[in-house]
Design a binder for this molecule. Sequence first.
Ligand code: XIL
Length: 395
Amino acid sequence: MRIRHSFLVSALAVTALIATPGAAMASPDHVTEPHEGQHAQHGDHSWATRPSLRTLSMRSGLKVGTAVNMDLYGSDAAYTRIVDQQFNTVTPENVMKWQLVEPTQGTYDWAAADRLVAGARANHQLVRGHTLVWHNQLPSWFSTDGTTTSFTPQQVRDLLHKHVVDEVSHFRGKIWQWDVVNEAFNDDGTPRQSVFYKAYEALGLNGLDYVADAFRWAHQADPHALLFYNDYNLEFTGAKSNAVYDFVKQLQAQHVPIDGVGFQGHLDTQYGFPDLQNNLQRFADLGLKVALTEVDVRTFVQPDPANPGTYTDTPLTPELQATQESYWKQTLQACLDVPQCISYTVWGVADSNSWIPGVFTGEGAALLFDDNLNPKPQYQDLRQVLWTTKAPRRA
Ligand code: XIL
């Protein structure tokens, strides 16, 4: 009886949330969290009991997701709670990459990825599979640098075929969107000379034909998964975005089963905000779905005086913090304003588990939660945008 009652209240809360024009409300905080999936925690910080990102996302139907670090998911309670409560789609940050699923040739290890998929199912979340074909994080038996290999070109093609078919088949029916191919182009618009590209050229094919192959193989293995091409810097109009635009048009002309293009969205306050909405829209106008797949907004951070040569997760100045917030709002706004933009995924939960400090020295503070897993102003900004934007419903 109690369960029924709370379900009814929840259903009403969701309906009210969807029906109420956001502009009439100053803040989303007065609405009771509708406890999707029975995973709300009591005795939490008060922010956690207010409507989550996933609840607020129901107004538009845009899915809001995060990359998940499987070393923390399930073992760090606060981290796990945020993943389960705040998001309605998840992406494995690493555990579906070739290096992790087939560390030894012919021996698969699906354990961590299966755990992610099980967690998503328990929490009513969709899964973005990431990523089947990429020049990075390849198993060392296949290629140590992403450009060379000891296998012959024909063996490379056969191994790629086996990898794509085996992985997509393993997860058949459980993946919403697959990032089939990741980062096949350079910033100047030329194709990346990856181990795959070079093998196909050596076979007398067009170097980029591996992309069409991978999409066709993935589609055969799971006809219901949405198949995406995913890359960075597509947000800015320029050589790379234009080249990928022309390339996906060619794929469509060849009847390659591509459903969407993922814009990674790794932004940095020093480069200015991109003309993101125009770029999302022009790809969508090709009849494709689009998604923001790996959003983070990095900036310069204060050095750690206690440990010379290391950095904190505090922006250098209040102005940089303000710029970060503005970028966060604009990324979400751009996605909401393009009806074909079906998901908005942030690349990790907290600054303490972000990939940024390890790759961009002196930069950080790129995510929505701080080192103690407390929400930053950026998190409230996204809630506010979800609450106030009158966005078209997603298909
Ligand atoms: C990163 C992960 O966040 C790191 O943990 C890992 O060491 C390297 O890869 N573009 C992508 C992601 O498509 O897979 C990358 O993720 C970040 C850049």
